[in-house]
Design a protein around this ligand. Structure first.
Ligand code: FE2
Length: 374
């Protein structure tokens, strides 16, 4: 069922095209403290700020960066309004998956023509550093794609932001870029959203997993991985499947109150160092039984790393036709069991860790059991 990436990707019709992930914006209750968390625990660096001091009277946004990964944390300054209702409905959550394009007007027109629901008409913003054009469309749940055209801009982030020259800086943990961003959608909605990425965004399906691949004794889910033509943007889409107990996707949908971003995989080229740093700084990861490491090398063969540090840190290993990968998953980073992060190091493999699904989902079920949501 797994088909190597390079064989399928020509099927994508890259009419946009997408150059990469531009930024990921969260709507949160307290952006100042969230920014401190992503700086202190995750090693993101302060880049730009917008708020009362910059003439923005309704909301505050902090922009943080590590490698090519740019996070925007936004909080409302007053009651009511769309940011408040988003937080009320979903808790702290990913609102915007912004995509870097050459032409935000064309990206809007092409996707609207193919059936996308408009969110933001192409809009030019300017300041002394040049101009940015942004446009936006809706995707699953209340999540938004913003197209960002920034080829004529040299400022810190976007017009309206000032460079955030903070004296408090932490060392980064070696995170490089966004590998993939996973959306959870409701029962029987996976194919609808995969069709959206195929027809509206010009993506192609790389891989699909059914409930036989992704189930334990108790719970199940289904997943399809959608990719744009150049492979820089990969959006797996999950939906719950029937099992003996409640699917982790159903738990997410219940707490998120609908479809939304489940996890973001961030790439490193030294997962042992990155995860050691994150654990020392208090980021909690799912734990894997020691028995996993007794047989893992029989399954994946020889790897460059010593097994012992991988075992100590709880890092998982999988292999496909093209190589192997190392991956680990945090516990939810919010009070609601919704968003979590994956740290991934690819050593040739372009797949998503199918061989680890069972160990991973059993680890998630142990957490669900403690939450009383299994
Ligand atoms: Fe993932």
């Amino acid at each position: 069922m797994t088909t190597p990436l390079k064989k399928l990707i020509p099927q994508a019709e890259d009419f946009l095209p997408l150059l990469g992930t531009d930024y990921i914006e969260f709507y949160v209750g307290n952006a100042k403290q969230a920014a401190y968390y992503y700086q202190t625990a995750w090693g993101f660096q302060p880049i730009a700020y917008s708020g009362l001091e910059t003439g923005q009277k309704h909301q505050t946004s902090y922009v943080l960066q590590q490698g090519k990964i740019r996070l925007v944390l936004t909080s409302p300054l007053h009651p009511d309004g769309p940011i408040n209702s988003h937080i009320n409905s979903h808790g702290d959550a990913v609102k915007i998956l912004a995509l870097w394009v050459d032409d935000a007007t064309k990206s809007f027109e092409e996707t609207i023509k193919r059936g996308a629901k408009p969110y933001l008409q192409p809009t030019m913003e300017k300041d002394e550093n040049g101009t940015v054009i942004r446009s936006g469309i809706h995707t699953y749940g209340e999540t938004i794609h913003i197209f960002v055209e920034r080829k004529n801009y040299s400022g810190a982030f976007l017009p309206g932001y000032k460079a955030w020259d903070k004296t408090y800086k932490t060392t980064d943990v070696g995170l490089k870029y966004v590998d993939h961003i996973v959306g959870n959608v409701g029962w029987n909605e996976m194919n609808e959203w995969c069709d959206f990425y195929t027809h509206v965004m010009g993506f192609a399906q790389l891989v699909s997993f059914d409930d036989k691949d992704i189930s334990t004794d108790y719970t199940a889910l289904m997943s399809k991985v959608m990719s744009n033509g150049n492979g820089r943007i990969k959006f797996p889409i999950n939906e719950p499947a029937i099992g003996r107990k409640k699917s982790q996707i159903e738990e997410y949908i219940d707490f998120y109150n609908g479809a939304g971003v489940q996890h973001m995989a961030l790439a490193t080229d030294n997962i042992i160092e990155t995860v050691s740093q994150l654990q020392q700084r208090g980021v909690d990861f799912l734990t894997i039984p020691a028995s996993y490491y007794e047989t893992v090398l029989d399954r994946v063969g020889t790897i460059d790393e010593d097994l012992e540090p991988l075992k100590e840190l709880g890092i998982l290993i999988d292999r496909d036709e093209e190589g192997y990968l190392l991956q680990i998953f945090t516990k939810p980073v919010l009070d609601r069991p919704t968003l979590f992060f994956e740290i991934i190091q690819r050593k040739g493999a372009q797949s998503f860790g199918k061989g680890n699904f069972k160990a991973l989902f059993e680890a998630i079920e142990r957490e669900q059991e403690q939450r009383g949501t299994l």
